[in-house]
Design a protein around this ligand. Structure first.
Ligand code: FCB
Length: 446
């Protein structure tokens, strides 16, 4: 029987803006996501994170549910604007909120895993240029250092950034996320500064010499396949891979940006003069692990009309409510590639999961069998990869509970716990009940 080793983490994840609510409480000031979601048409039906899952007021209850499910670890993010609501203005009440959460978790023997930046830049920082401004790196360093001072000893796992691709490209090139810019050069500057701030924060963290505490970064990676063997489709797939994956993996793990992409980007936006001497050394500072968020594969074809000459093509596999293909084999391809081409560092799947159109039955149950199957096939791949010698140390299911799914608002439910947004009632879906069994048995055969 295939068992998960005792030290393999079976956890679950959320992010601050997606669940907390309480946006005007405890001294918090707006982040770019407050601003962005309040602007017309940025988010489905004008939804915002104002109330979200009201987690801000329900920490005790929520940790109790986590404890009931029995997760080894809970990954959540800290809202920077709770800690520094204004520039240079430290807010002890913000620290108190997270201290309380960490204590509740520790009480239940759930290991906290903290993401320092999950996209909610304080609005004050954006007003000063945001991540386009190189100074933002140092504001981020100050905030992280403060957090390490406050919680360092109690947290076993730190993630500097969640998905710098999304924060830079979706937020600044495609305009789908905050701050809503549509400019490739801006996006590349932001991406570079995010990566650089990662390296700087890893260095700051190491100075503390915490015992049993590690630091890494989380990338969203999507294995990319050409729709055909035609030369232009193959080239398109290489560009798409460069754009999504290599632009982030290479500087972090190889210490340089991929040359083909530098050439392409320079043709589009001019010299990348924001990359200064020494930056890549900092970006590639040794870290302790690599976090991977995996949801689906991408299939691409040549597109002469798009700026970067590729576009996504619909695949034929069964899809989730996001329209994303359920493709566990591609996660295997991805993990194998990371192992062979990039790093022997411990890997964590820091997010994986699926949205489905859940239905609450008359007796208040949610029979989300599709979600159970989705998780199961991905966990199977993980077991396979580990058997082949892969250094994979944990799995965080996205998500603990339904929440504010960015530009989709509350229309997409990823949780294993259902949230009734009218009453804030939480209901464990069948997937949560199933995950509980898996964790208890440390095996998929339950
Ligand atoms: C990831 C995000 C996470 C969630 C999932 C569905 O890109 O990190 O916050 O929205 O997608």
């Amino acid at each position: 029987m295939n068992k998960f080793e005792d030290d393999f983490i079976l956890g679950t994840a959320t992010a601050a803006y997606q669940i907390e609510g309480g946006v005007n409480e405890g001294g918090r000031m707006p982040s770019i996501w407050d601003t962005f979601s309040k602007k017309e048409e940025n988010v489905f039906m004008g939804h915002t994170g104002d109330i979200a899952c009201d987690h801000y007021h329900r920490v005790k209850e929520d940790v109790k549910i986590l404890d009931n499910i029995g997760v080894d670890s809970y990954r959540f993010s800290i809202s920077w604007s709770r800690i520094f609501p204004c520039k240079d203005e430290f807010n002890p009440e913000g620290v108190k909120f997270y201290k309380n959460l960490i204590n509740e978790l520790k009480d239940k023997k759930i290991a906290p895993a903290i993401t320092l930046y999950h996209w909610d830049l304080p609005q004050w920082a954006q007003d000063l240029g945001g991540w386009e401004n190189r100074d933002c790196i140092y504001w981020f360093e100050d905030y992280c250092t403060r957090i390490f001072e406050e919680f360092g000893q109690d947290v076993s796992m730190w993630i500097t950034h969640n998905e710098p691709f999304c924060a830079s490209i979706l937020g600044n090139y495609l305009g789908m996320h905050a701050p809503g810019n549509k400019d490739l050069k801006k996006a590349l500057i932001v991406a570079h500064h995010l990566l650089l701030s990662h390296g700087i924060v890893v260095r700051a963290f190491k100075k503390f010499k915490f015992e049993n505490s590690k630091i890494g970064i989380t990338l969203n990676l999507s294995p990319t396949y050409a729709v055909s063997m035609k030369k232009e489709d193959v080239i398109a797939a290489k560009i798409s891979d460069g754009y999504n994956n290599r632009w982030f993996l290479d500087p972090l793990l190889k210490g340089h940006y991929p040359e083909d992409m530098v050439d392409l980007y320079e043709k589009e936006v001019g010299v990348l003069d924001f990359i200064l001497e020494g930056d890549l050394n900092i970006i590639s500072t040794d870290m302790d692990f690599l976090g991977i968020n995996y949801y689906t594969r991408s299939i691409v074809e040549y597109d002469g009309h798009s700026q970067l000459k590729f576009r996504g093509v619909d695949g034929e596999k069964e899809k989730t409510a996001m329209g994303w293909e359920n493709s566990p084999e591609s996660m295997h391809d991805l993990l194998t590639r990371i192992k062979q081409e990039y790093t022997k560092l411990p890997l964590y799947i820091t997010e994986n999961g699926a949205a489905y159109d859940d239905v609450v039955t008359g007796d208040n149950k949610i029979h989300d069998i599709d979600r159970i199957n989705f998780i199961k096939v991905h966990l199977k791949v993980i077991q396979e990869f580990i058997k082949e010698g892969g250094n994979l140390k944990g799995y965080y299911l996205w998500s603990f509970m339904d929440n504010f799914e960015w530009s989709y608002g509350y229309s997409k439910r990823f949780g294993m716990v259902y949230v009734n947004y009218n009453t804030q009632e939480r209901i464990m879906k069948d997937s949560a009940i199933w995950y509980k069994k898996i964790i208890k048995a440390r095996s998929l055969e339950v």
